[in-house]
Structures are given as C-alpha cells and as structure tokens.
Design a protein around this ligand. Structure first.
Ligand code: FAD
Length: 479
C-alpha cells in the first residue's frame, strides 16, 4: 500500500511528490508520456516561474479566494520558490513587475530541476486515473492499466483549459464521484471577442490601460482576428466574464494625460497631416484605422482641425470604446477559474474536510491569480503544503492526539467544577449524586492539576484545550 498516490505531473503534483517522498512511499500517476506538458509552454516557452513580490503584495494581487492562501504562501511563497530553484542550480533573472524567468529563457530548465528531485518516488507515465474508490481504511485508484491501494490521494490534475496538455477537468469528475463540492468553472486570463469586425489582427501596443466598469488593468494589447488579447485584456477577462456589460474602454496612451495630448496636437506642425502625428505613437496601419474611425480624409492636415476635432481625437486616444461580444472559451484560457471549493478543505493542508486523506493542489483548486508568475507559484506552493503535510502526517497525528487528551482533561476539569458546585446546592435528590460523582473524579483531576501547577503549565493546558475544542467545533460546523 502506498502512503500517497499523486494524480498529475504538473508543477503542483511534482512539488507535492518531491516533499512527500522525502520519507513516504509515493506513486505519481501521469497520463501523458512525459511530465509538465503545460509547464513547458508557459510564458511563451520561457516560463514565468514566479515573481519577487513580498508575500503580502503577492496575495493582494490575487483578488480571489486569497483568505485561504495565507498559510500556504507563508509556508512556501515566491521567495522560497526562487531559493528552491537557485539552490538546485537554476540561474534566474528578474524582468518587469518582478517577474522571474530562467536566464536561459527555457521552461524546460525549470521542469528539469523539478524532475531532478523526484528520484525518491515512483512515476508511472501513460497511465490515466479513471476512478477513485474510498474504502473504510484505505483508498483505491483505478487506472486504464491497473488498480492501486493507498492511504492518501493528492488530486493535482490541473484545470480545464489547454486540454491537449492533459488537464481536461478530471478534478471535477473525481470531486463529483467522492461528493467533494466544487465552484463552477469559467475561463480566466483569456482574450475577448468584439462585436466590431476590425481588420487589425496583429497590431499591438506595449502598454495600454483597459477600463471596464470600475476596474482597470495595464499591460500590452494585441488585436486578434476576433477581438483583443494581451496581458491588459487577460487580467480583465474574469471581470468581463462575470459582469457581462458590453462596453470596454482602452486608453492607448496611459503615460500622457488628456490636456498634454491636446497641447501636443495644438503645438504640432500645422502643415503636417494628422496621420503624421499619429505615426509618432502608432503603426501606419493603426493610424489609418484611427483616421477612418474619426471619419476624416486620409490626408487631412492639422490646420484643418478645429478645437472640437482636437477634443474628439484626444478623447478617442484616451478612451477608445469597443463592444465586447464574449470572453473566449475555456479551452483557450490560460487559467481555469472555479474548481474544488476551498470552504470544504482545511486551508492549512488542503485536505478535504469531507473525505479524510484526500488532498488537492494547484489549478484543480478554486484558486487562480493574474498572469505574471502567480499561477505556477500557487501550484508549487499548494503542492509543497500538501506534500509536507503528508510527510509529517504521523507527527501531526501525535500533536492532534495530545491536544485531544488535553481537551479531555479540560472537559473533565470543567465537569468536576460544575458538579462540585451543584453538590453545594440544596437539591434533595441530585445533591448526593453530584457530590458522589465529583468525589470520584476529584482525585485524578486534582492530582493532575497539582502537577500542572507545579510546572506552571495549567494555563497553557487550558488555553490549548479550549483552542482545540473550538477548532474542532468549527471544523465540524463547516463540514
Ligand atoms: C499557454 C499558457 C501559458 C501560461 N503561462 C504561465 C506563466 O508564464 N506563469 C504562470 O505562473 N502560469 C502560467 N500558466 C498557468 C500555469 O501553467 C498553470 O496554472 C499550472 O501549470 C497549473 O499547474 P498544475 O500542476 O495544477 O496543473 P497542470 O500543469 O495542468 O498539470 C496537471 C497534470 O495532471 C495530468 N492529469 C490530468 N488528469 C489526469 C488523470 N486522470 N490521470 C493522470 N494524469 C492526469 C495532466 O496530464 C497534467 O500533466 C500558463 C498557462 C497556459 C495555458
């Protein structure tokens, strides 16, 4: 019997295996013939591994479900990931917004480092997990080739996008078979389609501001055949998906304010064409689009513009509107929103509160961040947390056992006090019975209390006991 079987050799499953296999017997099952297929295409093949944000800044940028992530990010956050890879021989570089990439610009280097650390576990490739069966004392994994028994299972099967990489929604399938609640999935970090038919595919901008409802995002922008893409749009796509309002605005020149722009237009050589002014900032193709959109002649000169025209031009460049048709499908999204509902997991271990010994890690969970190294960080961090938890399970069990003994003592101590008090009341029938019971439990309770007092630890005992009782009650309530 295995101590744990991990399903999925993405960054989450590999990191869980690396940690757990330090002292446990681990089997990792991957349906592809090789590990980390999605990892290899990340960051355009360069892999934006993480970002050097402080743990707090990192979490502030994950505006979804972050309250469940404090513990794991503090266990193994962006800086720990950086140190792990550097210690294992990676040469990393920092780019804009603290994003970390391998100096070689090769995602394969990141995968190689993970794989270098997997020698203590067994990995079966070309094997697809089909079913999970929960027995009273163990769990069973059925694959297309075999069946295995194990004490624990880690579901690290990823999300539901880019299915050709292997992550095709098995987290949802397994969750439903073991009655683990999920949050419905949706595309996150993806492009949008526009109502407008624009002949601008391939036109791109390094930095724009996207404004949608009350939110804004910065980053690059690319016109596609059907609409818009680029980091500025991807960061906004989740809000567009949830909000469904049509109008989206683009500030094409976020570094210049509107008044400055008007001044620049007014001061521009009046004998030059408007297209010449636009070509300072934009490609020829996009400049022609702008002139068309303004309903002006292609050779219109600056001197032919009146103040209303100048205001209209600056408004267009600072707040160009488009109509959203839809957010692109899940299949092409970089990340899947939704997944395993975190309310039903212990946020310190990602173990199910419903099915003991079932853990989840990575994109299978209902967690995701913006692009910029957040999602690989979340996969590695949750994988690490799950792996260390499995590795230390016996230790945690002893601690839990000790806490339960303390709570039991605490409980009897309170019962003793209560009964003793009732014994002093003048209740004809119960009075003697309570006196009798309190006498029986008095000796062990008082003796233990005396020992505790001698070592000055009774307060500690009472605090630990009560924390444990309340924690257990809270866990039961949220089941
Ligand atoms: C194009 C693209 C670019 C990206 N770029 C970045 C980036 O630069 N930085 C960043 O932080 N994030 C990036 N991401 C997101 C990031 O890749 C994922 O969030 C991350 O890979 C999730 O890791 P994971 O281990 O949870 O799942 P995955 O990497 O999806 O791994 C899951 C594994 O489980 C296996 N599996 C699934 N079902 C079964 C089964 N039934 N039996 C056996 N095996 C199974 C799959 O084959 C797969 O190997 C990008 C995503 C895409 C699509």
């Amino acid at each position: 019997m295995y101590d744990a079987i991990i399903i999925g050799a993405g960054p989450a499953g590999l990191m869980a295996g690396i940690e757990a296999s330090k002292n446990k017997n681990i089997l990792l099952i991957e349906k592809n013939s090789t590990p980390g297929k999605k990892l290899l295409i990340t960051g355009g093949g360069r892999c934006n591994l993480t970002n050097l944000k402080s743990n707090n800044d990192f979490l502030n940028n994950v505006d979804y479900n972050k309250k469940y992530l404090y513990s794991t990010i503090n266990n193994f956050g962006p800086k720990d990931i950086y140190v792990f890879f550097v210690k294992n021989g990676a040469i990393l570089k920092e780019e804009k917004e603290n994003q970390i990439f391998p100096l070689s610009n090769k995602a394969s280097e990141i995968l190689e480092i993970l794989m270098k650390n997997t020698s203590k576990m067994r990995i079966n490739y070309n094997e697809k997990v089909i079913n999970i069966i929960l027995h009273q004392d163990y769990k069973e994994i059925i694959t297309n080739k075999n069946s295995y028994i194990t004490k624990n299972i880690v579901i690290a099967t990823g999300g539901s996008s880019f299915k050709q990489t292997g992550s095709d929604g098995d987290n949802i399938k397994f969750a439903s078979s073991i009655k683990q609640p999920i949050v419905p999935i949706f595309p996150a970090e993806t492009s949008i389609e526009l109502e407008e038919k624009l002949d601008l595919a391939g036109v791109s901008f390094d930095n724009v501001q996207v404004i949608y409802q009350k939110k804004n995002s910065f980053g690059n922008l690319i016109f596609t055949h059907k609409g818009l893409s680029g980091t500025s749009i991807m960061k906004m796509s989740e809000h567009i998906y949830k909000n469904k309002k049509k109008l989206i605005y683009i500030d094409l020149l976020p570094d210049i304010n509107k008044e400055d722009l008007i001044e620049r237009l007014n001061k521009f050589d009046r004998d030059k064409e408007l297209g010449t002014f636009f070509s300072i900032y934009f490609s020829k193709r996009f400049s022609s689009y702008l002139i068309n959109r303004l309903n002006k002649k292609s050779d219109i000169k600056i001197k032919q513009l009146n103040s209303k025209d100048i205001l209209e031009i600056s408004s267009l460049l600072k707040l160009m509107n488009f109509n959203v048709k839809k957010v692109s499908d899940l299949e092409t999204a970089y990340v899947t929103g939704g997944g395993i509902d975190l309310k039903y997991l212990d946020s310190k271990t990602f173990e199910s509160k419903i099915n003991e010994g079932i853990y989840f890690a990575g994109e299978a969970l209902d967690v995701h961040g913006p692009i910029g190294g957040y999602n690989i960080t979340l996969a590695l961090s949750t994988g690490y947390t799950v792996g260390t938890c499995i590795r230390n399970k016996w230790f945690m069990k002893i601690i839990k056992g000790l806490l339960n003994i303390i709570s039991l003592y605490f409980f009897f101590f309170l019962v003793y006090l209560l009964f003793k008090y009732i014994g002093t009341l003048n209740w004809p029938v119960f009075n003697e019975a309570f006196k009798f019971i309190s006498k029986i439990i008095e000796k062990p309770i008082i003796n233990i209390y005396a020992v505790l007092t001698e070592y000055n630890v009774n307060i500690l005992f009472i605090v630990a006991g009560s924390v444990n009782v309340f924690y257990n009650l809270y866990q039961k309530k949220s089941k």
